[in-house]
Design a protein around this ligand. Sequence first.
Ligand code: FAD
Length: 381
Amino acid sequence: MNSNDEQHFLSGKRIVIAGAGIGDAIGREGYSLSLRGDPPSEGIQTLQKLGILQEMIDESNPGSYFTLFNYDFSSLMEMRSPPIEGLSQSSIGISRSKLREILLKNVHSSISINWNCAVTSADELDNGQVSINLSNGSKDQCDLLIVADGSNSIIRKCLRPEHVLNFAGAVCITARTHALDQFPAPLDKTWGGAIGGDGHFLFVAPSDRTSAFWSVSYLTDKLRPAKPAGTMMEQEIDEVLDEAKQRTKVFTEPIGTLIKETLRSSVAIFNAKDLVPFRNHGSVIFIGDAQHAMSPFAGNGANMSIMDGYQLADQLVHSKDLNTAIQSYDDLSIPRSTKAIDMSHRSITMGHSQGIWKYMYVGILKVMSWYFGYTSKKIHN
Ligand SMILES: Cc1cc2nc3c(=O)[nH]c(=O)nc-3n(C[C@H](O)[C@H](O)[C@H](O)COP(=O)(O)OP(=O)(O)OC[C@H]3O[C@@H](n4cnc5c(N)ncnc54)[C@H](O)[C@@H]3O)c2cc1C
């Protein structure tokens, strides 16, 4: 607001937020989230500004840094977010359910959440308002619609159909384990990705405080039918697990143990996809994956979504009008999410590299990490 006498441009307006359920477990059972403080991600600093960082740290998973492993789980390099003044930790891994629980606990009492009530379609009206249809059969109308319904956004398909997801060239087979008595090394200290050197990339991380997540991926130019967790028959799960064993045969422990201890209902197959970030206009603002979906190889989509929510609110409160707020928000969100998506493409290329290329990419990554202030050293197992 510019002066105390002037009414804020949103005063008396009706705002609907579709989605905003970051951390939602549906179809993503066991995928934990790494939240970071290094540029361009500032998920950690944003949680601090929201006053909920310590609660997140208290509930975080074991391990506080990412390691790039060789096929035998010896370390090629450790990547730690640079320390942040005044903060005890500059990155954390947290289970989606804990993240969601803490966010919900801290929702302001003035905000009402309508559960099981998806937006099924939206229409921008001539008077600037937006009409929405809901899954419970009712209709609603609002002055501002904030769209945070994720990468497969139904509202984006409805209102901005020209912005579609692109296949990023990698297919992932993923699952998580049952609760384990203890994490096999190195998951008790760190999480990360291992380069097989034969075209396979393996990602392993605690998914919460007792179970672990694994994902093996490979490059292809063909999309594979996606199989969310819980959608496969017993025989298909056996076949996919056999395929995972084949695809991970160059890697050493802990992957054998993780596959052996896999929770069968968690086995899934998905195609890595992303979306070229686009600018907003009118009375509908897309944020998070709905505006700039990125594949897990970015390790950054949740960081971006958390920052989006905070920065959009900040711009809406402090700008003189809606157009200025939208433009200022896009000026912040688009460059950093573009950077994160570009980095994910480099990670996909490097992670699946073969032969001599693997060592060349690791060398380049080390130079870049030193340049950006990460600590990087070889540890001996
Ligand atoms: C395997 C995997 C690992 C990942 N690891 C990381 C990581 O370590 N770090 C990281 O930063 N990011 C990671 N990501 C990315 C991260 O999960 C996403 O970028 C992030 O969840 C996006 O948040 P969002 O709120 O925009 O969308 P989502 O988290 O997808 O949330 C969308 C919400 O909208 C709701 N919704 C959907 N449709 C509708 C509708 N029509 N009406 C109303 N509500 C609707 C959904 O129920 C959900 O609650 C990972 C992703 C995957 C798949």
